[in-house]
Ligand binder design. Structure first.
Ligand code: UDP
Length: 248
């Protein structure tokens, strides 16, 4: 059966459950080559409206998961409901579990100095035997790319997680994947900050109710501009798209 992709304001996301996503990821790693997973949230969709390079990277990703409650609401409103939410944080945990079971090596790139190391420690406590090929904060600036390529290629991971925030992390992966030949690379945004405990994650109930943005606003008021873009502006764009389509 062909995989269903659902377009939200021109950005396609795969209509997959977490289990299906993981099974596909495992198949991609086994197949070899190099693959890119993106975890799309409303901020990604809004950025794609004004950033053609990012839009193209999202369109060419091997798997685009729906990370963000807003995407599920938008898809339902557009008449093409998604079957589930697959977040970068959950996927990172499931990938670490898969890596432990299959002996895959993980490389954690990005976040503030020390955060990737702490994340690796947390993951290894949770998944004893997990092989960490390397950790490095580095920087998404192009001048640092040759060095980063060198250390990642030398570490030979099967899974590369890049925490430089969007759109930089996914543009970084798209530019560097051809030189790295890592079977699987995924941009993970603030995942290392959450897993290392540096930034508290909203309680599960708040996440399930889709109210994570209120929690974030209260904890990190400096993000208000980003939250306005991800919540009311995104909702308005979706509503106007539906109105325009019903008029034409
Ligand atoms: N980051 C980084 N270098 C940069 C910009 C960002 O290491 O030049 C890291 C930052 O420390 C954080 C992550 O990228 O760990 C971005 O987190 P955020 O929650 O903003 O990402 P989002 O999930 O919203 O894309």
């Amino acid at each position: 059966m062909a995989q269903q992709r659902i377009a939200i304001l021109g950005v396609a996301v795969d209509n997959l459950t977490e289990g299906e996503t993981l099974a596909q990821i495992d198949a991609l790693i086994v197949a070899g080559g190099s693959h890119h997973i993106v975890t799309v949230n409303p901020e990604f969709v809004m950025e794609a409206q004004v950033n053609p390079a990012f839009r193209s990277v999202l369109a060419h990703a091997d798997i685009a998961t729906a990370d963000g409650f807003g995407l599920l609401l938008a898809a339902r409103y557009l008449g093409t409901p998604l079957r589930g939410r697959v977040t970068g944080v959950e996927l990172t945990l499931r990938l670490a579990e898969l890596a432990t079971a299959q002996g895959y090596r993980m490389f954690l790139l990005g976040a503030a100095p020390g955060v990737a190391e702490e994340t690796a420690r947390v993951l290894q406590v949770r998944y004893p035997g997990l092989l960490i090929a390397g950790v490095f904060a580095g920087s998404p600036q192009p001048c640092h790319e040759p060095f980063l390529r060198q250390i990642i290629a030398a570490a030979q991971p099967q899974i590369l997680l890049v925490a430089y925030g969007h759109p930089q992390q996914d543009l970084w992966i798209a530019r560097n994947q051809p030189f790295l030949q890592v079977p699987l690379a995924m941009g993970v945004g603030g995942t290392f900050d959450y897993l290392s405990g540096r930034v508290p994650r909203a309680p599960a109930l708040i996440r399930r109710l889709g109210l994570e943005w209120i929690y974030r606003l209260a904890r990190q008021p400096s993000r208000w501009r980003r939250i306005v873009n991800a919540v009311p502006r995104f909702a308005w764009r979706v509503i106007t798209q539906v109105r325009r389509a019903s008029r034409s």
